[in-house]
Structures are given as structure tokens and as C-alpha cells.
Design a protein around this ligand. Structure first.
Ligand SMILES: [Zn+2]
Length: 93
């Protein structure tokens, strides 16, 4: 089994975050595709993949949030559940 990390937007809970540009060769600009929240990360990059619902929910439940703020944790968990329901609806057709 391989362990990877997921990234979640703290503004809207979405995991649809990707590199949108570079400020320096090792300083990426990352942006949420849903709400436009943007920041930079230095020394890291992101890689997209497709995962099943179970590991996605696990990542949402394991999310690191400052002070374990319950509102942000619920936002991320709720968004993950909505995205899984939407994905299941799309794949049933
Ligand atoms: Zn967002």
C-alpha cells in the first residue's frame, strides 16, 4: 500500500487544487479551482491522481487543521462527501 497526501482548500473544503504558476523555480503558486483561493508553497509540488471514495474520506477525516477547528474540519469532510456523491451520480449514468 502506498500512502500519499491530499491537499484541501481551507476556504471552501475542495481538493481541486493545482499548481497555477511559479514565483521561483521551487516556489509554486497553487490555486483552488472552486473558489480561487491562492497561495504559494516553497519546496513542494502537487501531483493529481484519481482515488476511490474510501481513501478520499480517510484523507478528509485525517486533515491537519490548526487547533482542529471544527468548522473547517466539517467543511472539508462535508465537501468530500458531496464530491463523492456527485462522482457516484456521474458514474451511474
Ligand atoms: Zn477553495
Amino acid at each position: 500500500m502506498i500512502t500519499v497526501s491530499a491537499i484541501f482548500c481551507l476556504e471552501c473544503g475542495s481538493s481541486l487544487v493545482d499548481v497555477n504558476g511559479w514565483e521561483l523555480p521551487r516556489k509554486a503558486v497553487i490555486q483552488c479551482a472552486e473558489c480561487g483561493n491562492e497561495t504559494t508553497i516553497k519546496g513542494f509540488s502537487l501531483g493529481r491522481t484519481h482515488i476511490h471514495a474510501e481513501p478520499y474520506i480517510h484523507a478528509a477525516n485525517d486533515v491537519a487543521v490548526y487547533g482542529r477547528n471544527p468548522n473547517i474540519v466539517k467543511l472539508i469532510q462535508g465537501k468530500a462527501k458531496k464530491e463523492i456523491k456527485y462522482d457516484q451520480l456521474i458514474n451511474e449514468k
